[in-house]
Design a protein around this ligand. Structure first.
Ligand code: SF4
Ligand code: FES
Length: 235
């Protein structure tokens, strides 16, 4: 078996090492494919599908997890692909609060996505978890991209404090048995906050400053003091 594969992306031929994803092969040609759940330092899981491309098959392929194959013909910008991306963005906007997700908002603009298209759909409603001195979790802003779970697990921290919670439409990120963060294996490294693309995870100091709170009060609260906020895990 050859160590390389040659394929065509948007009409340009490229040869890459076997196993290279379409996303990385396209990048080699200077073709940018949009991503949301993908992060270059984390294991890709192909969850959001915004990176979908046409490979000539019945279904579009997620470029971040699909390996290139010999002779593959990829189209990253045909009408079907552009329409899928636009719809994905519109669906996301219909359920999740994206006001602090600048990269997604930029994509919505570029794909001319209408955030009101599915205006009657059910919005994600979740409590705001304020259960530790370091960061807040507002899953109303969470797109279930899984980045925080990956970085907390075997991609970096090996703490395994985060996982999924709930089922089907109500699936969201959570802790084991819904425990407050202080009762989990979290070591408060902040890496989950760093990779979150939507503001669902936010340093507590930042959140309190945005709320206009006094810096002295913030100092007290982020040194172990607590202030009650809505949410089931605030005890
Ligand atoms: S909290 Fe942030 S990083 Fe974690 S799944 Fe939700 S959006 Fe992604
Ligand atoms: S970026 Fe590829 S599936 Fe999300």
């Amino acid at each position: 078996m050859s160590d390389t594969v040659t394929l065509t992306i948007d009409g340009q031929k490229v040869t890459v090492p076997a196993g290279t994803t379409i996303l990385n092969a396209a990048a080699k040609l200077g073709i940018e494919i949009p991503v949301i759940c993908y992060h270059p330092h984390l294991t890709a899981n192909g969850l959001c599908r915004i990176c979908s491309v046409d490979t000539g098959g019945r279904l579009q392929a997620a470029a971040c997890v699909t390996a290139c194959s010999e002779g593959m013909e990829v189209n990253t910008q045909c009408d079907d692909v552009m329409r899928s991306r636009k719809t994905i963005l519109e669906l996301l906007a219909s359920t999740v609060d994206l006001h602090e997700a600048p990269e997604i908002l930029t994509l919505m603009e570029s794909y001319d996505a209408d955030g009101q298209r599915f205006v009657d759909s059910e919005k994600r409603t979740a409590p705001i978890y304020d259960d530790n001195p370091f960061y807040l979790r507002d899953y109303n802003q969470c797109i279930n991209c899984w980045r925080c779970v990956q970085v907390c697990a075997d991609d970096a921290q090996y703490a395994f404090a985060l996982n999924f919670d709930g089922r089907a439409y109500h699936t969201q990120i959570g802790t084991f048995m819904g425990d407050g963060m202080m009762d989990t294996t979290c070591v408060f490294c902040g890496q989950c906050v760093g990779v979150c693309p939507t503001g669902a995870l936010k340093p507590k100091r930042q959140a309190l400053l945005e709320l206009g709170e006094n810096p002295d009060e913030i100092f007290f609260q982020t040194r172990g003091g607590r202030k009650r906020r809505k949410g089931k895990n605030n005890d």
